[in-house]
Design a protein around this ligand. Structure first.
Ligand code: PRX
Length: 650
């Protein structure tokens, strides 16, 4: 568990800036409360009305069929997700820019709704020509280039199920995910750019699919032009396929519950879980929340800085904004390439009005200093967002002052891969903010903070964050493991959805999400499992046992601390330290590289042999152990560890 006992700041709420409130879609707390009450008292009526945000080929007959833990939303309805993101905009805003792509080397490409539609239709025909049918999984391992949203929308158009793997994952992690969902087709690129360097995606894919017999075809986007290995008969160039494909691909009507995608995320075991989302409920709640939370207007230039490899990019770069006909900025590279003002330069250049980014990015900007944003005209901005981890009040205030110039409200949005869309967030023109709190639930969402028996906690008391009622964009299952879906989310506290987060509610009913209560950690907002890192560590030939815990990190929120014992005959030292660290990076990805590795003679265990992570956590966070050690089998272990850790640091 991370620092869940930290005391939340009881600060006075900050009202939405007046100039913003006047023009906002929802302009008062009373209006929010009215919406909330409506959704509470008549959930089906509320969602039936919201469903009008989408274009349906057939109206749903029933709003919700709920047999815990399985929900079906908008039952009997038929629609096409890509039609809703593209075709329906063509008459009104066909020439409007859908995607404004900024490459890492500074070139901007504007892609209109007409052009995006044509590219998606072409690639949908390509997929069909490769034998991909509705319901078939398609693995996607691409950098942040326009082909990525094209591929996703093309899958959606023909009812295929995309499974995007973040381009920072290694070949082993990619292979694990491909083996789980068994796609016939993988879509990748020759490489991607990161801080001017080439990330060899095709080589990583080649390595991964050596152990993935399901894969028959690899479609390769040319991005870097570097020489790559090529397997005739299996590998095909994206541009060659598209050049031959027709632009005519009518959007087929699919059932509301047609699977849309699988996205793997870390859980409490070493095996990542395939979070399964479906079509209508997911798309609707993404579209609806984008509109409400980002107060979206026709003329906005909206920029979410996430990578489409994570859920934030799925919901708030692709599906939510495009369903609304928005102009979306998509940036290929790093925030400090070529210099530490790249974000501010992009905002000035494209007159960005809405910026949605992560607390880790904000803390890095804070550390780099005001001089970088101060060089640029940020007056186009009108709204700021934060996502992925708790934002500390100091970072919140810096964001508000240095970037928002105290004119822009901040929406601190709480949600998860599993929830599909934002569930707790201020409405920027209505909800007074408290820095560090995601504030209040959206209409239709019923979060509670409870103890382990499911009883509500008192204001200011820490408990488990649960959600009481189903919502349209919730995950439907874990791909191939419905039992794990029940166990992880619905049985921990029977009858409610278990988020895995600790939280408090204050006397005003505001939610303060404090961090995870399980073995999930968030490093720079990236979700990792301590178990996954432990299995990577023990797969190194020198390592006998490993335990991984998190400690707070000023910029990244949390950092990975590993304690390892070595096999007999292995000698601890700098070289081995580096080797083990590299091994984690090549097994999972550089995002999982431990910040600290400590060699230990033994790990602290209970008499029944369970590793006492609580003690290691204390050691990692404070450098010593003061907690209860009575169940420890061998007391001297902890003294050794503390001494060794002290020496490593000294
Ligand atoms: O612990 C919460 C944290 O991120 C977790 C979900 O991670 P992931 O599935 O990767 O989705 C990230 C993008 C939504 C949550 O269980 N989290 C997310 N947003 C916030 C947050 N913690 C505090 N405040 C937030 N706004």
């Amino acid at each position: 568990m991370s620092d869940v006992n930290r005391k939340v700041l009881e600060e006075k709420a900050i009202a939405p800036p007046e100039g913003f409130r006047e023009r906002a879609l929802v302009g008062s707390l009373a209006e929010y409360e009215r919406m909330y009450r409506w959704a509470l008292e008549d959930a089906e009526g509320y969602w039936r009305e919201q469903a009008k945000l989408l274009d349906w080929f057939e109206e749903p007959k029933e709003i919700l069929e709920w047999e815990l833990p399985h929900a079906k939303w908008f039952v009997g309805g038929k629609l096409n997700v890509s039609y809703n993101c593209l075709d329906r905009h063509l008459a009104k805003r066909g020439d409007k820019t859908a995607i404004l792509w900024e490459s890492e080397d500074g070139k901007a490409t504007a892609i209109s709704y007409h052009e995006l539609h044509a590219s998606v239709c072409r690639f949908a025909n390509v997929l069909q020509s490769l034998g991909v049918k509705a319901g078939d999984p398609v693995a996607v391992y691409l950098p942040m280039i326009p082909e990525l949203p094209v591929v996703l929308l093309a899958c959606a158009r023909i009812g295929a199920v995309h499974s995007v793997v973040f381009g920072g994952f290694s070949s082993v992690a990619l292979a694990d995910r491909i083996r789980d969902c068994k796609p016939k087709v993988v879509i990748t690129a020759d490489g991607g750019y990161r801080r001017g360097r080439i990330v060899p995606l095709k080589a990583t894919t080649d390595q991964a699919i050596e152990s993935c017999p399901s894969v028959q075809q690899v479609v390769v986007v040319r991005r870097t032009g570097e020489a790559i290995a090529w397997k005739d008969g299996r590998d095909i160039w994206f541009h060659e396929l598209v050049a031959r494909a027709s632009e005519n691909c009518p959007a087929t009507a699919f059932d509301s519950e047609q699977p849309l995608y699988i996205l793997y995320t870390s859980g409490t075991t070493g095996k990542p879980k395939g979070v399964q989302h479906t079509s209508a409920g997911y798309l609707l709640q993404c579209a609806w929340s984008t509109r409400l939370i980002f107060d979206l207007r026709e003329e906005d230039v909206y920029w979410c800085t996430a990578d489409i490899g994570w859920v934030t990019g799925h919901s708030y770069i692709v599906y939510g904004p495009l369903a609304n006909g928005a102009t979306v900025v998509m940036y290929e590279g790093a925030p400090d390439q070529p210099a530490k003002d790249r974000f501010w330069e992009i905002i000035e250049k494209h007159r960005v009005t809405i910026l949605y980014t992560s607390p880790t990015a904000i803390r890095a900007f804070m550390a780099w200093g005001r001089e970088w944003p101060d060089r640029h005209d940020l007056s186009s901005l009108r709204l700021l967002g934060s996502v992925g981890e708790p934002i500390n009040p100091a970072a919140w205030k810096w964001y508000s002052e240095a970037i928002g110039k105290n004119r822009c409200p901040i929406v601190d949005t709480w949600w998860q891969t599993e929830t599909g869309s934002i569930l707790i967030s201020p409405l920027p023109g209505a909800t007074p903010a408290k820095p560090g709190s995601a504030t209040k639930p959206l209409p239709g969402i019923a979060p509670r903070v409870v103890n382990q028996d499911g009883e509500p906690t008192k204001p200011g008391e820490t408990g488990y964050l649960v959600i009481e009622k189903p919502w349209p964009s919730m995950l439907r299952t874990i791909y191939g493991d419905d039992e794990r879906f029940r166990r992880d989310y619905w049985q921990r506290i029977p009858g409610v959805y278990f988020t895995g987060d600790a939280a408090q509610q204050d006397a005003d009913g505001y939610f303060w999400v404090l961090g995870r209560v399980d073995d999930v950690i968030k490093v720079a907002g990236h979700r990792l499992s301590t178990m996954e890192i432990e299995s990577a560590l023990v797969s190194h030939k020198a390592v006998a046992e490993a335990a991984v815990v998190a400690r707070p990190d000023e910029v990244k929120g949390e950092a990975v601390v590993a304690f390892v014992t070595l096999r007999s005959g292995e000698k601890p030292g700098n070289e081995l330290h580096q080797q083990i660290s590299d091994h984690v990076a090549t097994t999972i990805g550089t995002i999982a590289r431990p910040a600290e590795i400590h060699f230990a003679q033994a790990l602290p265990k209970t008499r029944s042999g369970k590793i006492m992570r609580r003690l290691l956590r204390e050691l990692a966070q404070k450098g010593n152990v003061t907690g209860d050690v009575t169940s420890l089998e061998d007391l001297s272990v902890i003294e050794h560890l503390a001494r060794a850790k002290g020496m490593d640091e000294g």
